[in-house]
Design a protein around this ligand. Sequence first.
Ligand code: NAP
Length: 301
Amino acid sequence: MSASILSGKPLAALFQQEVQEQVHSLELDGLHPVLAVVVATSDESTHWYVRSIERAAGRAGVGCRIINLGHDATEPMLAGVLRELSAEPSVNGIILQTPLPPGVRTDNLVGLITPEKDIDGANPLSLGRLAVGQQAFAPATARSVVEILDHYQVPVAGKAVVVVGRSAVVGKPLSLLLLARDAAVTVCHSRSGPLERYTTDADVVVVAAGRAGLLTGRHVSSRTVVVDVGTNVLPDGSLAGDVDEASVTGTAAALTPVPGGVGSVTTALLLLHTVEAARRQSSSRPLPGTAVEPQVLEAAG
Ligand code: NAP
């Protein structure tokens, strides 16, 4: 039997529609949500990704400012721009796009994005808030995984969920979101030993390692639902996930495709977070330091 394919596209379309509706409602109040994307690289695939955000924003009616500082931008230049954007009232959401120029430390900069505009959950304050159950924007990719599982009614409460990868942008925030949904979460990384030790008994395996073909059919069982976050450009220029699709399709219960899986939902969520940020900023509702109500988590990630 072949695994069911859990496409991200229908869910992305639902979120895009929600963004359009929210933009319309904000416009009735005289508000025009704006996302700013700060770029400092000549990497062509990054520019392609940023243009895809710009196009999606244009379709949804969200303003999109690309601030391209060039591949030789310095840390003080980037810091200055992030401070300005954080203080600029017409900007509602900010993304600092990686990679950054050699020598520039991402972790020196992301803390300069004010949490109210941190729509991709890059500021350590956002991660800290998620960790203790306070309201914050989760990184859009991490939220995409949870939304896909919800959309396809894959239960996680009380289930064994393995997350492969522990980065601050995907693995860690994702494990926090899953914990908040009562999953029994195991986080694997490059030093955790053979993957099959953790994955063969798992109900859900999420792979976010950036290693093409890392998860194969022998790592999973016929009841495993596999979510592939990886995006790897192969030598022939094609895009592949972290899952060996041929063998996992023959073994697992379900699998998200690459492309057309997690990535397609991520962009729509970045825009949804931007309109949510615009609404909050317009009503002067800073992110509260109070316990998260479930329906607020749905709205803000
Ligand atoms: P990252 O910062 O490089 O982190 C990779 C993680 O995977 C690390 O925790 C690393 O362990 C772990 N890892 C590496 N090799 C491993 C192995 N052989 N076995 C087990 N764990 C291993 O990458 P990232 O930013 O989290 O991104 C991960 C992947 O997701 C990339 O392919 C990226 O392109 C993709 N991505 C996709 C989206 C989307 O929207 N679809 C968005 C963001 C990222 P250590 O910590 O021990 O080094």
